[in-house]
Structure formats: C-alpha cells, structure tokens
Design a binder for this molecule. Structure first.
Ligand code: SF4
Length: 388
C-alpha cells in the first residue's frame, strides 16, 4: 500500500474551492482584488483540470494567485493510500477532516476500455446491510460536496498522465447516496458542468437502497441520472432482515417512486441483487422480483456476493453462491420474462468490489495487490509546489 500525506492535512481552515459551483466561486471571490466573473470560470476550469495549487494557474495574474492562496484552499483531502489489483482496479483510501476515511475505486473494463469512478457519499452507512462491510462498520457522517468531487479529481489525476480519462461514474461506494442528496446533487452539478469535467448524466448511475422520498425529489428536482435500486430480494420480510435500514422504505412505496422517476427520465432502471448463497436465490425470490418489476422497465443485475470473512446472517457465515446456483436463479428470472445480466467482478483482489469497501485485503487466490507506482495525480511531486 502506498501512502501519500498532503502537507495541509488537518491544519487548514481556509475555504475549500473544489466543492464550489461557478456562482459560489464568484461569490467567494467577491472580496478579492482583481476578481471578475470570468476569473471564477477560469479557476473552476483549472480545478476541474487537476490543478492542486494556485501557482499552477498561470493564466491568473501573480498578485491574484498570491491573494487566493492566502484566502482559500483548492482541495481538502488529506492522506491518500492506494492499492491496485491485477485486473486494473485501483482503490484509494482518502483521509478526510475529523478523522473520517472513505474509499473510492477506479474500475477499468479492460485495456483501452472505459474507466469508471465508483464514489462514496457517506463515511460508513446507516442502512447496515448484513452482506456489506461498510454497513457493518456503523455510520459516521455524510460527506460534503467537495469530498465527493475530490474523489473524481484524485482518480482523474491517476489516469491523466497516461492520456486517459474517466468517462463514467457510479455512486455505489460507501454510504447511501440518497440520504445525502443535497451534497450529491451539488457534487454532480459541479462534475457535469461543461466548463469543467462535463460528465454526461447518462453516464452516471446512482445506486440506492430505496429512499423513496429522495427518489421522488430526484424526479422533481434532479439530478436525473441513471438509477439503480439495490433490491437484494423483493420478499419484504427477508429484505428487512438483510437490509435493516431499509425498513422505513417499503417496497410498494419504492416502486411507486420508481414509476414516477421513470416517467420523467424515460430510462431503464437497474434492479441490483446481491446473491447470497442459500438465502435469496429461491423460486419465491424469483417470483417476488418478477412481481416487483411488473410495470417498470428494468434490467436485473445479479451480483454474486463478494466474500467478506466476518459477515454473518442468522449466526451463520454468508457464502458466495456457486455458479450453478447463480445460473439456476438467472434462468428462473428469465423464464419469468425478466432481462438479466450478471455483474463481472472486478477489484476483489483489493477488496474494492461491491460490498467490500472498508475491508483490508486478505491474501489468497483473488488477493494480488500489485507493486505500486507513485501516485501520479498532480501534486507536490509533479509541480514542485505545495498543494494549497
Ligand atoms: S450495501 Fe450500500 S446501502 Fe447497504 S450498507 Fe452497504 S453501502 Fe449501505
């Protein structure tokens, strides 16, 4: 594991610019000599492009750069630890103010293929799914918008030096994104701004355990991204036991909210089902899932559980379903008229796969942590200047 400690970690009190929209930047700069609205756009564009210090913003006059450095910080993330899997997955552990830490993952679909950032929105998670490491570590706090944006900035810096860029975002890391919707909304506004990174909302998928009020809020007020429901099972009682924090969101309410969302967004909704061997792969689960999907345009995405040694259900260790069990469940769903895919697992070697965030890698067949090159995002090591 490679460690990188930014010099400003934990000491700065100056406002952080990475989580500001252009209007907010304009407002923040209002008291700065030499400011003009176009300066806010210039600064926004340079931050989105990876600038970590005001010294790098050579398109700004030197006195303004000095003034800005005294008043603001560009980024706030502190320590970064990096692990890389054989399959190209990169997992970063990011130190945040107040002692919190979150993990963020860069997924590569193969050589020359698309790069996807998997973002976290909370430190820990209150939904407490029994099959998820994050959910078993408790809940600390919601992330700020800048803490979400900077995950993309840091991951982008890793690949920029190789002439690549991240094209897709999945909000499927640590936390329940729709319990932190204001910060997520603002972060995505920044990330989708064409004057910065300009991500397309169609290339962003937000995954939720089903916070139906927030789904309705998104339908009304955006962001209208792709949506995935982490359903796990459509048997309500079993679902409440597997996902205790979902109890306030019954499946009929969730389905109604999804219908409203789909009516506005006109796109397919993914139903994600983490498959737990012997628990949610029965014919009753298949029938309940088909019943839930009726009236919605969906793709069922089966995710064979990614092992986390200490997790248990009903006092028994969870187990990954064997391929025959997964295949049988898939056929049952297809026979019931559902469209089904199985998610290709990536990042298991660094515990960066679905449900594993927060875990330390365990040596074994899947755990091949590669020797790491130095972090290549623009930082002190690139510019010779201190991040600000
Ligand atoms: S699976 Fe998602 S919603 Fe459930 S505990 Fe883990 S992070 Fe939270």
């Amino acid at each position: 594991m490679q460690k990188y400690q930014n010099s400003w970690n934990g000491t700065g009190t100056r406002p952080i610019l990475s989580g500001m929209t252009i209007p907010e930047l304009e407002e923040a700069l209002a008291g700065t000599p030499g400011k003009a609205p176009y300066r806010a756009r210039q600064i926004f564009s340079r931050i989105s492009g990876g600038a970590c210090s005001f010294e790098e913003m050579t398109n700004l006059p030197l006195p303004l750069r000095k003034e800005l450095a005294e008043q603001f910080r560009i980024r706030g993330i502190g320590a970064v630890e990096k692990q890389e899997d054989r399959d190209g997955t990169v997992k970063l552990r990011l130190g945040l103010p107040g002692g919190a830490a979150v993990e963020t993952v860069l997924l590569s679909s193969g050589p020359g293929e698309r790069l996807t950032a998997c973002l976290s929105t909370q430190a820990g998670c209150p939904v407490a799914c029994v099959f998820c490491k994050t959910g078993n570590t408790g809940f600390l706090r919601n992330l700020e918008a800048w803490e979400i944006v900077e995950q993309v900035l840091v991951l982008s810096g890793l690949v920029r030096g190789r002439g690549k860029q991240i094209s897709h975002i999945v909000v499927m890391g640590m936390g329940e994104p729709l319990l932190n919707l204001p910060a997520l909304r603002k972060a995505l506004e920044i990330l989708c701004d064409p004057r910065g990174l300009g991500f397309s909302k169609r290339k962003i998928t937000v995954s939720t355990s089903g916070i139906y009020r927030s789904i309705l809020d998104m339908a009304e007020n955006g962001p209208r991204t792709e949506l995935a429901l982490s359903i796990t099972t459509a048997r309500e009682e079993l679902r409440r036991r597997l996902m205790p924090g979902s109890a306030k969101n019954p499946l009929d309410r969730i389905k109604e909210a999804l219908k409203v969302y789909q009516e506005k967004q006109k796109r397919r909704i993914t139903l994600e089902t983490v498959l737990l061997g012997g628990i949610n792969t029965t014919e009753a689960d298949a029938r309940a899932l088909a019943h839930f999907a009726r009236g919605l345009y969906t793709l069922v995405n089966l995710i064979p559980w990614n092992p986390v040694a200490e997790l248990r259900f009903d006092n028994k260790p969870l187990r990954k379903p064997p391929a025959e069990e997964t295949g049988r469940f898939r056929r049952m769903l297809e026979d019931l008229g559902l469209e089904v895919s199985i998610r290709y697992r990536r990042g298991r070697g660094v515990c960066g796969a679905c449900g594993q965030l927060g875990t330390a890698p365990v040596q074994g067949d899947d755990a091949a942590v590669a020797a790491l090159p130095l972090l290549s995002y623009r930082s002190t090591t690139d510019s010779g200047s201190q991040p600000q």
